[in-house]
Design a protein around this ligand. Structure first.
Ligand SMILES: Cc1cc2nc3c(=O)[nH]c(=O)nc-3n(C[C@H](O)[C@H](O)[C@H](O)COP(=O)(O)OP(=O)(O)OC[C@H]3O[C@@H](n4cnc5c(N)ncnc54)[C@H](O)[C@@H]3O)c2cc1C
Length: 469
């Protein structure tokens, strides 16, 4: 096994030893103990064999690894939480610059800010900030990394009240392709700061992020309510009309799924189609109960798990269903609306789903996300009311291609309702045209920024903004 992997690497043992010595963190090569563990990412589809994995202990290690990659002409994969759907955080024969050991978080409870290293996950971040009753918009699955998440935008349960994660970014430290450390904020390197808020990992390796925090919880009203799948039409129409009046505190999504064999669902429903509405209210428990009441008035749910819950528990509630190793593919885009025809299309395709792990999410956006001026950040789309994410997922490679074909078929059939734009963090590897579609008329401004910070495209394993040269 090690021999086959080593054929990927043209590196001299001497230069590897030099890099290992120059780093405070660990350098892992094929054949080393822990290599197979270290090369794994969340999405089981991407089984790749890097020539080196540089597990960085700090900024100095990141700079060293970047300089090494440049001098050895290695393809660079940057890793935070390893949740890249298209597998950009691993690479065959290149170097993975892995920031996951860098997970310190410093909270300023008075100033309501947090400074977090770029390898932090949402679980680690929420643990620190909730000690002070504070939070910022984070992910629905707590093992997701703050880095890729923030740089792409970041949608989560607090977004309608407090904006995207990127909207709460105050500053970032970034190691550039030429090995410099730069600080970006509204005061310094403003254009880079604009690009970091939605432009992904194109401009360098972020080593830390400073966020604005908000009082949240520690208890919130949140959770899912499940209805029989044959009520999907009624529930989706209700959902569309109900969220149109939703307060900013309430962020929700509707999910067409097959009931997993989970203890919170009655056994007779396991393996059957369900429609779930899941959400969180970021205000008082009483207001939350009131805001969620119409969901209950629909009557006869399969399971109703909405209620007071610690914010940190809500942030990890669906973790068990979203563990690493499954084969997953996302096909996502913004919806201009959800008319009856679109709802019928969703249901027709739900009925042909090929894998019990595949799901259809319609996420309600708007609120604070839509109030940030369109050109304030690089994030591509703020006015669409909904985001459609068709998730093709299988337990292994078996059935994966069918699941992907199903997701693509559904997405194609939804085109009359789609705006044509998409969210970079939910993009698969779909090529240049889709990246352009994600950014619309901001694309050229992003190219100018890429030309300035990474003209040779050292950082190209991402939703790539291609430099002009
Ligand atoms: C189970 C699951 C749940 C998710 N839930 C949500 C959700 O609720 N909301 C949402 O908005 N998105 C969600 N996503 C998508 C998620 O935002 C992206 O996959 C994001 O890229 C993950 O970041 P990461 O650091 O974990 O990933 P990684 O795989 O480590 O990184 C992904 C990419 O981000 C870039 N990157 C990472 N770290 C750095 C860095 N330090 N500097 C520069 N670039 C970097 C690189 O281009 C890298 O290829 C989810 C994904 C999964 C798999």
């Amino acid at each position: 096994m090690a021999t086959e992997e080593l054929t990927h690497t043209p590196l001299a043992q001497g230069s590897i030893a030099e890099l290992a010595q120059a780093m405070r963190g660990e350098l892992i090569a094929p054949g080393d103990p822990g290599y197979d563990e270290a090369r794994r990412i969340w999405n089981g589809v991407h089984d790749r064999h890097p020539a080196l994995i540089a597990r960085c202990a700090g900024v100095a290690d990141v700079i060293r690894a970047v300089e090494f990659a440049r001098s050895e002409e290695l393809v660079v994969a940057v890793r935070g939480g390893a949740h890249s759907i298209p597998g950009f955080s691993t690479v065959d024969g290149g170097i993975v610059i892995d920031l996951s050991p860098m997970n310190a978080v410093r909270v300023d409870p008075e100033g309501r800010t947090a400074l977090a290293q770029a390898g932090t996950t949402w679980s680690q971040f929420d643990h620190e900030t909730q000690a002070f009753g504070l939070a910022t918009t984070g992910g629905l699955v707590s093992s997701t990394g703050i880095a890729g998440f923030t740089l792409g935008g970041g949608i989560g349960w607090l977004m309608r009240k407090h904006g995207l994660t990127a909207d709460n970014l105050l500053a970032a430290d970034v190691v550039t392709a030429d090995g410099r450390l730069v600080h970006a904020s509204e005061q310094e390197n403003q254009e880079l700061f604009w690009g970091l808020r939605g432009g992904g990992g194109n401009f360098g390796i972020a080593t830390s992020f400073e966020y604005r925090l908000h009082p949240v919880g520690p208890m919130v009203t949140a959770g899912p309510i499940f209805y029989p799948g044959d009520r999907a039409r009624e529930i989706l129409r209700f959902y569309r009309d109900w969220v149109a009046e939703a307060p900013d505190e309430l962020t929700t999504l509707v999910n067409l799924l097959t009931a997993p064999p989970a203890p919170f669902l009655p056994e007779e429903w396991h393996g059957k189609p369900l429609v779930a509405i899941i959400g969180m209210h970021a205000g008082s428990i009483e207001e939350g109960e009131r805001a969620m009441r119409p969901l209950r008035e629909l009557g006869d749910p399969v399971a109703d798990l909405i209620g007071p819950i610690p914010y940190v528990a809500m942030q990890s509630l669906i973790d068990p269903l979203w563990g690493p190793g499954a084969h997953s593919y996302f096909k996502a885009g913004w919806l201009g609306g959800l008319d009856d025809a679109a709802i019928d299309t969703l249901i027709r395709h739900r009925d042909t789903v090929t894998s019990p792990k595949s799901e259809i999410h319609v996420q309600h956006v708007g609120g604070a996300v839509a109030r940030v001026p369109a050109d304030a950040t690089a994030f591509g789309e703020r006015s669409a009311p909904f985001l459609l994410n068709v998730i093709a997922s299988t337990f292994s490679a078996d059935g994966y291609d069918d699941a992907v074909a199903w997701a693509q078929g559904l997405y194609g059939a939804m085109s009359p309702a789609l705006t044509g734009g998409t969210y970079v963090n939910f993009l698969s590897a779909e090529g240049d045209e889709r990246v352009r579609a994600a950014y619309g008329d901001k694309y050229e401004r992003l190219v100018a920024l890429k030309d300035e910070y990474d003209p040779t495209n050292l950082f190209r394993l991402n939703q790539n903004i291609t430099p002009s040269a």
